[in-house]
Write a protein that binds this ligand. Structure first.
Ligand code: PLP
Length: 386
């Protein structure tokens, strides 16, 4: 059976060019980047090459990113590291109700350590209200952490305006850009970003590699203590092969890929919206180029996903992390969906490897799947009255 992979917000296929770039760092260039001998220097050079590629892409200085073991780790470091380094200034953090679980659960943990957290509401398309954000800032606020491109509904926040507000109030601004990096232009200087989380596996790089941009001068404590790697902020021998793969993936990602994904995304949205009783979640305009998310009335997203899978199509009913949970998605609830609407949701996310024929195939079979499920739905009687 042919696979049609439409779960690229969960993870992506590693580009074969990336695999090739990584290979020597397993077999030949296996040195530890901390060592002074030639094998160590070889690894260190690769590490600094990668740092240069990634910092250039976001307009940062070369010593302003540290590599981590994942996006989750980078988000944990940003939140906990800023909280503990700045607790004398204040113990209040602002975030939103639509963050990735690694941000939300770090915030919940910080609440147990005596910090207080404001979780901002969003509107029905997933946007933060900037006036509400400004009103939430207090004298003891030390950090605002707001996701750039949402992993479930694809909504892109106006991080430039958020950065401006944070700067005016002298509060650090962190953004989780795991989903938006290379898809939406990011300029940390122009957008007033103090900290930003990135990772490799959403952009055709390897899993288990992330990075945290930390603007020069930002006060932050490490959460991993050891040999003082990564400017003393993330001890542990660097994953050189993974980091090289990350930088290669960044080098490969370009504007044409974004345009191509927009074309596929829009075709998918227009096609799926022809099915009766379906709505698009998130914004039509300010949306990640690879993301679609729909709610189908009277059916369960899980059931749609299972029938699509039987045809070789990989989809998702929420974020990958909550795929095992039957709780309705916190993001969909935050944009005002009722639990039953959230349960009827399906996320289809494309990549530059997705073909137009694959989208055509999905559009050909999805209406039949929905019809079939609605026929056996407990709400069937109700539908017939419509
Ligand atoms: C927005 C966002 N932040 C953070 C993460 C976590 O990244 P990682 O899988 O590298 O830990 C993800 C991935 O699921 C994500 O989509």
């Amino acid at each position: 059976m042919q696979t049609i992979y439409l779960d690229n917000a969960a993870s992506t296929r590693v580009d074969p060019v990336v695999v090739k770039a990584m290979e020597p760092y397993f077999s030949e260039k296996y040195g530890n980047a901390s060592n002074l001998h030639h094998k160590g220097r070889e690894a260190k050079e690769a590490l600094e090459w990668a740092r240069k590629i990634i910092t250039k892409r976001i307009n940062a200085k070369q010593n302003e990113i540290i590599f981590t073991g994942s996006g989750t780790e980078a988000n944990n470091l940003a939140l906990k590291g800023i909280a503990f380094a700045n607790k004398d200034k204040g113990k209040h953090i602002i975030t939103t109700k639509i963050e990735h679980d690694c941000v939300l659960n770090s915030c919940k943990w910080l609440e147990k350590q005596g910090f207080s957290v404001t979780y901002l509401n969003v509107d029905e398309e997933g946007f933060v209200n900037l006036e509400e954000l400004e009103r939430a800032i207090r004298a003891d606020t030390i950090l605002v952490s707001i996701i750039h491109g949402n992993n479930e509904i694809g909504t892109i926040q106006d991080i430039k305006e958020i950065g401006k507000i944070c700067k005016e109030h002298n509060v650090y601004f962190h953004t989780d850009a795991c989903q938006s990096f290379t898809k939406v232009p990011i300029n940390v200087k122009k957008q007033n970003i103090d900290l930003m989380t990135l990772n490799a596996h959403k952009i055709h790089g390897p899993k288990g590699v992330g990075a945290l941009f930390i603007k020069k001068g930002v006060k932050i404590e490490p959460i991993l203590h050891g040999g003082g790697h990564e400017f003393g902020l993330r001890s542990s021998t660097e994953n050189v092969a993974g980091i090289v793969g990350f930088a290669k993936a960044v080098q490969l990602a370009n504007e044409n890929h974004v345009k191509y994904m927009i074309k596929l995304r829009d075709k998918l949205i227009d096609g799926v919206l022809k099915i009766p009783d379906v709505k698009l979640n998130g914004s039509r305009e300010k949306r990640l180029c690879n993301n679609t998310n729909f709610s189908f009335k009277y059916v369960e997203g899980e059931a749609i996903g299972a029938l699509l899978d039987a045809k070789g199509i990989c989809s998702s009913t929420g974020s990958a992390c909550s795929a095992k949970s039957l709780e309705p998605s916190h993001v969909l609830l935050a944009i005002g969906l009722k639990p039953e609407e959230a349960h009827g949701s399906l996320r289809l996310t494309v990549s530059r490897f997705t073909t137009e024929q694959e989208i055509d195939y999905v559009l050909e079979i999805l209406p039949g799947i929905i019809k079939k499920l609605r026929k056996i739905s407990p709400f069937a009687k109700f539908i017939s009255k419509l």
